[in-house]
Design a binder for this molecule. Structure first.
Ligand SMILES: [Zn+2]
Length: 378
């Protein structure tokens, strides 16, 4: 906010504006800077291959792969839902909101077939290092495991929350309990609701009570994270009640089902995640606090292997450093699916979202990646 006002008054000042443009400030602080809220949604370990090509027909058809973690009927159902003759049709069937709204009104990076590269820089290609890189702007060699330990680094969420304009206006929801550590819940000062934590801090409406009961009582397939619907709908209730300016939602089922070898469920999780993006976007556009002044950023924390290695990722699987990222909001020009674009990295997200909110994180934390100029300045 402060930078934005400053920029506007500088722009009205003629000669100083020229100076300002020459210094490159304009690239980071667009004149038509209308974002007041940012929502970041991360879909854990969802590959760019499915995002840009849709369902992999070989994985769907190969029973020894597709049926590893799911019965045959689930493969047949997934084939009906997601198998189409062209990659364009398949991706539209898998993620209709991403392709009909985000990729037409916003931008999406990471289609290597078209010369657009998006990747993590942390070298480890798994979750905690990926979330740390995305949320702080740099890979940290000290973070070499997924252990749920307090992050020694300050995320851009914590950095923004320390500013008066964002105090009490920042929240993070995560399916995975390690988000408590990643955001450093004990230190960060804003609510982090992760893993099997109940939602507190807003009135206990019937919806909130039911969500907390479902979270507590549903079978725990994974000890460290519930199924995605409960954390997602808890975030929705929180948005309605508290209207945060900066919100994080981390969904985990894509990665869990992939590790289990359950390709149909992995696709279903991606499809559900896409429907959540639509629900969230429609909710935000229905609220005066958000309508026309909110940017949505969507990305995974790492990629996965290819062929039979699709279930896995990590340091020894180089393809799993490949990611994708999508942006939709009032400051992002509708350039759609990017072709031959400059490489983008997860380390640039922190500074990019800060600039959208009028703050220069990259100057404050120089080891962070620079803001992505292409999505700033409509
Ligand atoms: Zn994983």
């Amino acid at each position: 906010m402060k930078v934005r006002k400053m920029f506007r008054s500088i722009v009205s000042g003629g000669a100083i504006a020229a100076l300002c443009l020459a210094s490159g400030l304009a690239a980071q602080t667009p004149a038509a800077h209308r974002t007041e809220n940012v929502v970041v949604v991360m879909l854990d370990g969802l590959r760019w291959q499915e995002v840009f090509h849709g369902a992999d027909l070989e994985l769907l058809k190969a029973p020894e792969l597709a049926a590893l973690g799911a019965p045959k009927e689930r493969s047949a159902q997934a084939e009906k839902l997601y198998a189409r003759s062209t990659p364009e049709e398949r991706r539209q069937a898998l993620m209709p909101f991403l392709w009909s709204v985000m990729a037409t009104q916003g931008q999406i990076f990471g289609n290597r077939d078209l010369g657009s590269d998006s990747h993590v820089t942390n070298g480890l290609n798994f979750s905690y290092p990926g979330y740390n890189e995305t949320l702080t702007g740099f890979g940290d060699p000290r973070i070499r495991s997924n252990d749920n330990i307090p992050n020694p680094n300050v995320t851009v969420f914590e950095w923004l929350h320390a500013k008066p304009a964002f105090a009490g206006k920042v929240t993070a929801f995560g399916a995975w309990d390690a988000f408590n550590g990643i955001f450093n819940r004990e230190r960060c000062g804003f609510p982090v609701i992760a893993g099997y934590d109940p939602l507190t801090g807003i009135p206990a409406t019937p919806e909130v009570k039911l969500l907390n009961e479902l979270k507590a009582e549903t079978v725990r397939v994974w000890p460290d994270e519930p199924f995605d619907p409960v954390p997602f709908h808890a975030a929705v209730e929180y948005v309605k009640a508290k209207k945060p300016r900066l919100l994080f939602i981390g969904l985990g089922e894509t990665d869990d089902w992939a590790h289990a070898g359950a390709y149909p469920e992995y696709l279903n999780a991606a499809h559900l995640g896409d429907s959540y993006l639509r629900q969230l976007w429609e909710l935000l556009q229905s609220m005066p606090e958000y309508r026309g002044k909110t940017t949505l950023i969507v990305l995974p924390d790492h990629g996965r292997g290819v062929g039979s290695l699709w279930t896995s990722h990590g340091e020894k699987i180089p393809e799993s450093q490949q990611t994708w990222m999508a942006f939709l909001g009032p400051d992002t020009a509708a350039l759609g699916e990017r072709k031959d674009s400059a490489t983008v990295t997860e380390s640039q997200i922190a500074a990019t979202l800060a600039v959208m909110l009028g703050e220069d994180y990259h100057a404050a934390v120089p080891q962070s990646g620079a803001p992505i100029a292409d999505v700033l300045g409509k």
